[in-house]
Structures are given as C-alpha cells and as structure tokens.
Design a binder for this molecule. Structure first.
Ligand code: ZN
Ligand code: ZN
Length: 249
C-alpha cells in the first residue's frame, strides 16, 4: 500500500504546503485540501483514476477543493463505475450538492460526474475494491465550539494484509489508541493534538511509524522533537512524499 502526501499544512495552505490531504494507491483521495486536483497532477496522479474521495469531516480546509475535482473529472468525462464520495453522514449530502450547484451542472449537464454517496456514522465499516475500511469517532470541535462529526479511518489491503490508519482532525482522544492498535502506519493530526499526546497514542497503540500532519510548518522542528521524545519513530508529513506500507508477514 502506498500513501502519498499531497498537503501537510494546517487550515491555510502556503507555497509547497497544501492543506492536509493525501492519496492512497493513486485511487483513493483523503480530503481535498484547497486544490487537490492540481496537487495530484503535480505529484504524478490523475484525478480521473480516482475510485473514491474520502472525507474525514466537513471543515472547509478538508472539502473546499471538491468542486475543482468534480470539474476536472467532469471535463475529462470519467467512465466506469460511480465515483464514491464517502464521509460523515450529517453534512455529506449537503456539501456535495453545494459543489454540484456551484458548478451549475443544471446549465452544463455534460459536466455531470457519475458519483454515489457513502454516508457514514462512527463505527461503520465499508469496502472499497481490495480494501477493508473501518471507522471510529474522532474528537473535534467546530467553529462554534460544538462537537464536529469527524471520523478516524483504518484500512486493510485484502491482498497483502498491509494496514494503515488516519485520524483526520482530532483533539487528544486516547480511545483512538485501541482502534489503531498495531497498524504499521498512523497518520495523526499534529495541529489540534499536542505532539507528545499524539506520540503517546502511537506508543500505546504500538504502531510502526507515526506521521504527523496538519501542522504549522514554522513549528515543525519543535513538534517533531516533542513527539520523538515519547515515540522515536515519528516523522512530519511532507508534501510530495510517498509512504510505503509493507505487506503483513
Ligand atoms: Zn482541518
Ligand atoms: Zn477540522
């Protein structure tokens, strides 16, 4: 299993640091950043090959790139089975409909993308071609200090047994350690959770490596030092870097 970081930044991107998003095996995009369509092209992927777009939650930095992706895919006339758009059930339909409305698909029906929504609640499981997926509740708040429906995902490659997990945005939430127990690769929020707390999750879960994402670049070296003091196999996500997950032995 290969996971390529398309963006490592917290909410507001900068040159070379798109907002947090990544692509798995070139086929499954996790969150859209501000401009994942362009970032995919930059790092050798084609949005046309996407089988799914997986959304961790509905804060704008995680979905604002969705209209551009649908525009790209519609212009290039994607064929094949429906594109799966997967995410927490409270706001999935509303956000995708807004993206379609923004593109004025009623006036430009030739741009319509054949998609299917997969609304999820925490604890739901689902299948992607060759991948088994499980979900768990993150602990995240919205701008109004209300709890945001946000999901942690864990994926298992059915052929190789390779496993990985990613938290999306979350504050420190110790139960995540049980959910991600023993995964070789954990992508954990490095902005809302303190680095030593994320490292503590990784340590308690016994993961292979911890990669922190969604952090402020100017704080990067301090974050890394604090996390490594607790869990030495910690890295910072870096835009453009491909992380390989070994097959299970
Ligand atoms: Zn965010
Ligand atoms: Zn968020």
């Amino acid at each position: 299993m290969k996971l390529t970081i398309l963006g490592d930044s917290s909410c507001i991107p900068d040159a070379g640091h798109e907002a947090a998003c990544f692509v798995i095996n070139g086929k499954h995009l996790v969150d859209t950043g501000w401009c994942a369509a362009l970032k995919m092209r930059q790092y050798g992927f084609d949005p046309l090959n996407l089988e799914s777009i997986i959304l961790t939650h509905f804060h704008q930095d995680h979905y604002v790139g969705l209209p551009q992706l649908l525009f790209y895919i519609g212009l290039k006339k994607r064929q094949g089975p429906p594109l799966l758009i997967i995410g927490p059930n409270q706001h999935l339909e509303r956000v995708v409909r807004a993206a379609v409305d923004f593109l004025q698909i009623d006036r430009f029906p030739e741009l319509a993308v054949n998609y299917r929504l997969v609304p999820l609640a925490a604890g739901d499981r689902f299948e992607l071609p060759g991948l088994r997926c499980e979900t768990f509740a993150a602990r995240h708040v919205s701008g109004k200090n209300q709890l945001e429906q946000a999901l942690v995902y864990k994926m298992t490659d059915e052929a190789s047994g390779a496993r990985l997990a990613f938290t999306g945005d979350t504050h420190h939430h110790p139960p995540i350690a049980d959910f991600v127990q023993g995964v070789p690769l954990l992508i954990h929020d490095g902005g809302h959770t303190q680095p030593k707390e994320a490292a503590d999750i990784a340590k308690r879960a016994g993961v292979g490596r911890l990669v922190l994402i969604h952090y402020q670049q100017k704080r990067g070296s301090a974050i890394l030092a604090k996390a490594r003091a607790v869990f030495p196999s910690t890295e910072l996500a870096q835009e453009g870097v491909c992380l390989e997950v070994p097959p299970a032995r």
